[in-house]
Design a protein around this ligand. Sequence first.
Ligand SMILES: *[C@@H]1O[C@H](CO)[C@@H](O)[C@H](O)[C@H]1NC(C)=O
Length: 272
Amino acid sequence: MRLLCALGLFSALLHVTSCLLIGAFNIQCFGTSKSKKTDVMDIIKEIVLRYDIILIQEVRDTDGTVTQSLMDLVNQGSPQFRNISSDPLPLGPGSYKERYLFLYKFQTVTVTGSFQYTASGFERPPYVVKFSSTQTAVTDFVLIPIHTKPGHAVEELKALDVVVDAAKQKWTNNNIMVLGDFNAGSNYVPTRTRSTIPLFDTNVFHWLIPDNVDTTVSKSGQAYDRIVVTNDMYRGMNPRRAGIFDFEKEFHLTLDETKAVSDHFPVEVKLS
Ligand SMILES: *[C@@H]1O[C@H](CO)[C@@H](O)[C@H](O)[C@H]1NC(C)=O
């Protein structure tokens, strides 16, 4: 993968289309206290550096300081990332608020639009972002982030169809990727409910992270985190290699060091 992307970088220099790596990472309770742990932040930095675009979830950052410290860290030395995020979204009746945060490499990707989905139906309503890339055959595409509430996963996954339509209509663009912690594992999304969820319609969508992928650090065997693309995007961008980024193994971490970062592994896909 690294070699392929290195070759991709080389061909980018020759103005040949290459690859784009997109990830989605639920960084459990990513707030002020985690952002001050340098060991943890160094690992998060190394993870972020892999991606052209990474969606980060569970960002508990009302005043922007957590985002700023992450941006400072990943841009240390040579600035290459910009960010775009939702406002802090209130979580239920409690005082917690979380953002959807995207970091992207501004030399390969630009943001060309965004909107906050506001209709009801979600604990964390998606903040939809349109990107444009010089690295992919399809140059314009839309990312819809979603982190569902476990007990509401079925209802929220059902409601995503409306968000996909809203994005399609706003930008007349059918290249759409839905990504994040769907909680599409355990008993949260029972198999019998799938026929009621438009996102599972294989005429329209393609699930890149199948059920047998374990996205949890605890090795619970559950594919909570997913990446789903419209068939248009699937055909146009020929997704190669989707899966988890097992940073525990890749960075030779102990289980405790890994858990200090998150209870989830990032999921990722490379587009051509
Ligand atoms: C990150 O986002 C904040 C808030 O939108 C913005 O003020 C800041 O300039 C962004 N930083 C970068 C490097 O993109």
